[in-house]
Design a protein around this ligand. Structure first.
Ligand SMILES: [Zn+2]
Length: 240
């Protein structure tokens, strides 16, 4: 499908988010209530997330190239890591340091992000969804047999929610949304981004040949997977 179909299709549908669910239908909406972050601090680090994250593009004419940034944690999701990138993007030009998954979320026009798909996961805070995806990817890439299977199950469950995006927009391919965003003036891009609220960039595990792009600093895969937070995730009935 041509990427401009994203916008045309959406305009025909009028107001609404990716899955056409009435998330903004009223203050009594349960989905709207669930869309609020459940905690004020990041579950993994205890640090307050300071910089808002949304699906965005670089704002560059050319393909964006990741620029290393200094720091010890991601300004968006608070992951403790030394693998940080300059997070400035079209919708947020101020310099800030972000982890790999937050960088890709804000740079859908990057070659790596183009391999991803958008999954509609309303009620799950974006940064929490990225933490969950990161753990699933670590399990797939570096876990033992059981952890790999479990990680794959979690990742697949998340990724399957790209079907709602495909149904509403005609595509879930991140690269096509990036092309649409690149063509739009800022105020229309903001409208598109608002309609994509609840969508998370899902990336295949084979995009990550260096586990350090995902690991919290100072952690091994086993240490990361055995943290109490992963246990909390996998005990949840969220994805069963
Ligand atoms: Zn991050």
């Amino acid at each position: 499908m041509q990427s401009d179909a994203i916008v045309m299709h959406d305009e025909e549908k009028g107001q609404g988010n990716a899955a056409g669910v009435g998330r903004h239908s009223g203050p009594e909406s349960g989905a709207q209530l669930l869309s609020e972050p459940l905690v004020d601090i990041d579950l993994l680090t205890g640090l307050p997330p300071s910089t808002p994250l949304e699906l965005d593009i670089s704002g560059d004419t050319d393909l964006p190239v990741p620029i290393a940034a200094s720091g010890d944690h991601c300004d968006c999701c608070a992951l403790t890591t030394n693998k940080l990138w300059q997070g400035a993007r079209a919708g947020l030009e101020e310099a800030h340091a972000v982890c790999t998954l937050c960088y890709l979320t804000g740079h859908l026009d990057s070659p790596t992000a183009a391999h991803g798909r958008l999954a509609y996961l309303p009620g799950l805070d974006t940064t929490d969804a990225l933490h969950l995806q990161r753990r699933a990817l670590l399990a797939i890439l570096g876990g033992d047999e059981a952890q790999q299977a479990h990680g794959q199950r979690v990742w697949t469950w998340m990724d399957n929610h790209s079907r709602e995006v495909e149904a509403a927009w005609g595509t879930a391919r991140a690269g096509e949304f990036a092309q649409a965003m690149k063509r739009l003036p800022p105020y229309k891009r903001s409208q598109l981004q608002a309609r994509l609220s609840g969508c998370v960039l899902m990336l295949p595990a084979d995009m990550f040949d260096d586990l350090n792009l995902l690991l919290p600093s100072g952690n091994t895969v086993q240490a990361a997977l055995s943290s109490q937070h992963w246990d909390a995730y996998i005990r949840s009935d969220l994805y069963v």
